[in-house]
Design a protein around this ligand. Structure first.
Ligand code: NAD
Length: 342
């Protein structure tokens, strides 16, 4: 199965790399608008570059950076395109993908109606089977859904109230800084994240507030969850431990208490790009009081949606029909073991 990645930024370059780790699909190429350092790195790694327009082609020719062809030429050859262009651009490409009869995955920056299904592997893998257009929801929504669908299967979730402390920009996004404020996002809550969760789990009672803070490393979510049933703290911990894409962070044992130290840990572990594909739940924050559960979790925004993109490819192309089998296959290929330090 030949996969094209359109948009080679934060998400696109990671998804492209992840595709090269799979044994049942191959990376046909990537689509780039500009001949920058990322284009040179792609070429160094033997990845073919396509461009979306004649204008881009000229830019590449001016800098002598080799291009394999136009996006439309690639679309004639591939089975599926992962669209990782900036928010709202993906939807503009949909007609082109349709015209060439190519299945497409869109990212969380697009509206839900761009696709037939909004997707998270822990919640609704089966709904994406054989579909032509799927949206992998955003990093914050992926973090919320992984936790909530895991808890729902183990105990049942009745109600969720959450505060999201959002990173202001990705590390490379110099155009968004410097900044010095905590910004209400939006000033008139709720934030859109709760509604976005409902594009995957429609009947959940969830309300989210969000603020943006001057950091680039990770998001942090503060959650108050009403469970459908009484559950011990041990039962919650055991349910989270059983989910390979959720890691418990024992801040006391590890002597760490910040996103900065988590990134340092990823560096020390030699993780590719210092990425955490997993949702990180702060174990010592888990408090159970009757049916009320409180906890804090961290989301590495640059990486968390990567495994879901790979799973979505498998579901849409019906390469693997069983959700757990698909999740395990992707996990194995990306080194996701369910343990923070093996
Ligand atoms: P990005 O800006 O890092 O990358 C987008 C890439 O697309 C850039 O390389 C840009 O040059 C290229 N591009 C711009 N216009 C293009 C066009 N017309 N055709 C082809 N390529 C074009 O963006 P990103 O952060 O990777 O976000 C991509 C999508 O993923 C968005 O929908 C976003 O909401 C979503 N998402 C982002 C994050 C995150 O934290 N960065 C997390 C989850 C989901």
């Amino acid at each position: 199965m030949k996969i094209l990645v359109n948009g080679f930024g934060t998400i696109g370059k990671r998804v492209a790399w992840a595709i090269t780790r799979q044994d049942d699909m191959s990376l046909y190429g990537i689509v780039k608008t500009k001949p920058d350092y990322a284009a040179l790195v792609a070429i160094k790694n033997g990845i073919d570059i396509y461009v979306p327009s004649e204008e881009s082609l000229r830019l590449f020719e001016e800098k002598n950076v080799p291009v394999k062809g136009l996006l439309t030429e690639a679309l004639e050859k591939v089975d599926l395109v992962v669209d990782a262009t900036p928010a709202k651009i993906g939807a503009k490409y949909k007609d082109l993908y349709k015209q060439y009869g190519v299945k497409a995955i869109f990212q969380g920056g697009e509206k839900a109606n761009v696709a037939e299904v909004s997707f998270n592997s822990y919640c609704n893998y089966e709904q994406a089977l054989g579909k032509n257009y799927v949206r992998v929801v955003s990093c914050n929504t992926t973090g919320l859904l992984r936790l909530l669908c895991t808890l729902d299967k183990a105990v049942g979730v009745e109600k969720v109230r959450a505060l999201l402390v959002r990173r202001a920009a990705d590390p490379k996004e110099i155009k968004k800084g410097p900044i010095n404020a905590i910004v209400l996002d939006p000033p008139n809550p709720p934030s859109h994240h709760g509604e976005d969760v409902k594009t995957v789990v429609p009947n959940l009672d969830i309300l989210t507030y969000a603020v943006v803070v001057p950091t680039t490393l990770m998001h942090m979510h503060y959650l108050v969850i009403t469970l459908k049933d009484y559950a011990s703290r041990a039962k919650i911990i055991s349910a989270l431990e059983d989910a390979s894409r959720i890691l418990l962070v024992d801040s006391s044992r590890l002597s760490l208490k910040s996103t900065a130290e988590l990134v340092e840990l990823a560096r020390d572990l030699g993780r590719p790009r210092n990425d955490f594909y997993e949702l990180l739940v702060w174990e010592n924050s888990i408090t159970v009081n009757g049916r009320e559960l409180m906890l804090v979790q961290s989301v590495h925004q640059e990486a968390i949606v990567v495994p879901e993109n790979i799973d979505a490819i498998r579901a849409m192309l019906k390469l693997v029909e069983d959700p757990l089998e698909a999740i395990n296959k992707t996990d194995k290929s990306l080194g996701i073991t369910g343990r923070l330090i093996n």
